[in-house]
Design a protein around this ligand. Structure first.
Ligand code: TYD
Ligand code: MG
Length: 467
């Protein structure tokens, strides 16, 4: 076989060089070269390439097949779409392989409906076929996967394990097997023989994924790509695939906590910002359909520094506990630490408290934490941060049946946030009685959901109302 020529190309400006370079002579970017095929054949198009009017295109090809794990389906926007490429990223050891193995076992437990052609007997129709899934593992041996499967009580003739790393072999196996779905665990371990660089390099990841994608679209097979994302992985890692694939899901969580969140970052077939919530147990991942109740269950009652905020994760309201600890600085610079919320946001709100409410935290350490290892990046949590800090500073507990949401601006004003009704409804369902929310939200409400609603317009009003 003739060797395919490769070049090194700067990912920032497109400059090519026959050798790898540390710094691009053209645009000056560092560490931006990755190996590419010299003149890649343009990918053949997936379907008709004739221009055609929108009205003539037959829709409904994107049929969704639910996997059968509700929280997973929710993150996917309702289920698996044929031919979709789904990237599942996450830290090593977070539970990606576990999640996929559980999903695969659900997929093979269903039968797929095949429309048989009008054949010899004269009757066409729908018949059902068992589903198979090809699980390609470049990381673990089949024995290791078997061990995990035993732990999860999964066993099936229709889960086909393939320890393989060469993408061409994976595709030819898939062509013979015609599985209902393929899992690649992980994309960092597969490589194509067309490039000389090591598996896991940007060029290899992109080229292998492109080949898999071409196969997925041509054969209408959904493919899951597992990718490890480390904090440094922003540059060379599966992130380079985010624009190629149809759906990007991140599996996140804190190793010290059992909760895991499957977050939709991108979805061509559904909304983004959806989350699925799971708990990692000894027998694998369990879906959590009522996360708010779970996050509220261990809340200490009647202590200062604890508040409840109503956040939105996609279309789903979520009640979480936020804690603050304010204590005198023992020496030198006061410390500010935040876990689960943006550090800069906390500093900003501390400054607002100093300036607008006269609460002096200059000699105080301030620690903020979101319980359960969650991350809340929504500005609607601002009012929660403010009230938790004030509560801890004054050592006055906030009423346990009160919750809050709202954004706080630099001049101390409280600003409206979206989806107020959904947040209130969720809190009322769990048994909260009083809501402290932005005034402009309060004015627009259609219903009070049986809650006592207090609209506040600035930081001072928040402080008055949490006493
Ligand atoms: P794994 O799916 O191998 O992670 P990843 O593929 O993202 O690297 O899961 C790793 C962790 O999950 C491991 O530390 C053990 C834990 N685990 C459980 O707690 N319960 C289980 O049932 C399984 C299978 C794993
Ligand atoms: Mg794994």
């Amino acid at each position: 076989m003739s060797k395919i020529k490769t070049v090194f190309q700067c990912q920032a400006c497109g400059y090519t060089s026959p050798k790898w370079l540390g710094k691009c002579p053209d645009c000056g970017a560092w560490n931006s070269f990755s190996e590419e095929k010299q003149s890649p054949k343009p990918l053949k198009s997936f379907g008709a390439s004739e221009p055609q009017p929108l009205s003539k295109i037959i829709g409904g090809r994107e049929k969704r097949v639910p996997i059968g794990i509700k929280e997973f389906d929710r993150a996917l926007g309702g289920g698996l779409v044929n031919g979709a490429i789904i990237l599942i990223g996450g830290d090593p050891g977070i539970g990606k392989s576990t999640l996929l193995l559980q999903a695969v076992s659900k997929i093979v437990s269903q039968r797929s409906e095949v429309r048989s052609q009008l054949g010899k007997g004269g009757h066409g129709g729908v018949r059902s076929e068992p589903r198979t899934v090809l699980y390609v593992s470049g990381e673990e041996s089949p024995e290791q996967i078997k061990l995990r499967a035993e732990r999860l009580s999964i066993d099936s003739d229709n889960i086909i394990l393939l320890p393989e790393t060469l993408v061409e072999n994976v595709i030819s196996t898939a062509q013979d097997l015609k599985p209902s779905a393929i899992v690649i665990d992980s994309i960092q371990t597969v490589y194509t023989e067309e490039l000389t660089s090591a598996p896991g390099s940007v060029g290899q990841i992109r080229e292998s994924a492109a080949k898999l994608m071409f196969f997925a679209k041509k054969s209408d097979t959904p493919i899951f790509l597992i990718g490890h994302v480390t904090k440094e992985g922003a540059i060379a890692g599966p992130r380079v695939l985010e624009h190629i694939v149809d759906t990007v899901l991140y599996f996140e969580g804190d190793r010290g906590h059992p909760y895991r969140i499957l977050r939709t970052i991108k979805n061509r077939f559904g909304s983004t910002n959806e989350i699925g919530v799971f708990e990692m147990t000894d027998e694998g991942l369990i879906e959590i359909t009522n996360p708010s109740e779970l996050f509220m269950s261990e809340r200490p009652l009647g202590v200062s520094g604890s508040t409840v905020i109503a956040c939105m994760e996609g279309t789903r309201p979520l009640l979480v506990e936020m804690q603050a600890l304010v204590s005198p600085t023992t020496f030198g610079m006061p410390r500010r630490t935040s876990m689960g919320v943006d550090f800069n946001r906390v500093n900003l709100l501390i400054a607002v408290l100093e300036k607008k409410a006269g609460i002096h935290l200059g000699g105080m350490d301030v620690f903020i934490n979101i319980v359960g290892g969650l991350k809340i990046l929504e500005p609607a949590a601002d009012i929660g941060i403010i009230s938790a800090i004030v509560s801890s500073f004054r050592e006055v507990p906030i009423d346990t049946k009160t919750f809050l949401f709202g954004e706080v601006g630099l001049s101390g004003e409280v600003r409206a946030v979206a989806q107020g009704d959904a947040r209130l409804k969720e809190a009322a369902k769990i048994g909260f009685k009083k809501a402290i929310i932005p005034k402009s939200n309060a004015e627009r409400l259609k219903d009070d959901f049986g809650l006592t609603i207090i609209g506040v317009k600035d930081v001072e009003e928040i402080i008055e109302n949490i006493k």
